[in-house]
Design a protein around this ligand. Sequence first.
Ligand SMILES: *Cc1c(COP(=O)(O)O)cnc(C)c1O
Length: 376
Amino acid sequence: MSKKRIYLSCPTMHGEEQQFVQEAFDTNWVAPLGPNVNEFEKEVAAYTGSKAAAALSAGTAAVHLALKLAGVKEGDIVFVSDLTFSATCNPICYEKAIPVFIDSEPDTWNMDPKALEKAFEKYPNPKAVVCVHLYGTPAKIDELMQICQRHHVPFIEDAAESLSATYKGKQTGTFGKFGIFSFNGNKIITTSGGGMLVSDDEELIAKARFLSTQARDAARHYQHSQIGYNYRMSNVVAGIGRGQMLHLEEHKAIKKRIYEQYKAAFADIEEITMNPLNPDGESNCWLSCITIAEGCPVTYEQLMDAMEEHNIESRPIWKPMHLQPVFADYDFIQVKDGISVGEDIFNRGLCLPSDIKNTEEDMQNIINIVRGCFGR
Ligand SMILES: *Cc1c(COP(=O)(O)O)cnc(C)c1O
């Protein structure tokens, strides 16, 4: 097929990125660290309103260091969102700690405060709670954090998908002890690959930088008293990030427009519901998703096939972690017995193409294909 492919979400470059990268080349700050890394950290900290930020090689590395700095060790229990991408919970297993998966609530698709409460009844002493803001929509942060505070357990926000989203006027990722962001290729802004750990605790962020550069002690020779990691972001990559930061708000505005356009286009089809937003916040609408009404004969697979025929990419909702073979041995907490909220969303949901380069014609094509599947 010669028709151009329409993507779910892929990099959008503007030109400034290349200038920052060029600067790195011109000054030979190609590696390892350098001004782009420092400035990118400052820019993300200033934008999000967190006191400090450490630029890392990936969002996953940021989750890993957040857990380490929260003191998570072998055998510790960590409560984590069930409906998410595996990168939210893989680092728990890097540390040989034990994930306990917490179901979603239907209002925002994120961690259910009632299920979290229930988890604390069963496991009173977890080491940390890791909560995702799925598809860019903030979780019920106040309710979740109140529970964590009552139990004196650190709250870690996986804001990989929600950079620029806010909750009660404050950026996601800045509520918990730590927030993590990702600049992977399909995120709202990208550095080709990279991540950021943010916190209001500047000492802990300094510690993150230390751990991410092989934990080298302050000695003239190479001395190590701790196990380190090679997790730092390179100065070239950070240059891309600085260029992208200039366009973050613009990307968000377009993502929101895409969501609104789908919502309006499917308003007359009662079998289709858009993914919920949180009325206490503003989503960045990273991906626009739908769920198909229960009992409707149309499946998400049919929609995917119909779009794929026109070279259009779509994606199932993340498959819940407790259903993943690799995590089958771990516990899962849901409020009511029966099919969980997350599994139900997975069974009936689909992520629609949400790339900000979609033209009006692309959007109409997608909308017509989806409408066609429902006989409209
Ligand atoms: C993308 C993503 C990550 C991981 O980010 P990387 O930069 O790819 O390591 C973590 N959590 C969630 C929810 C993500 O979507």
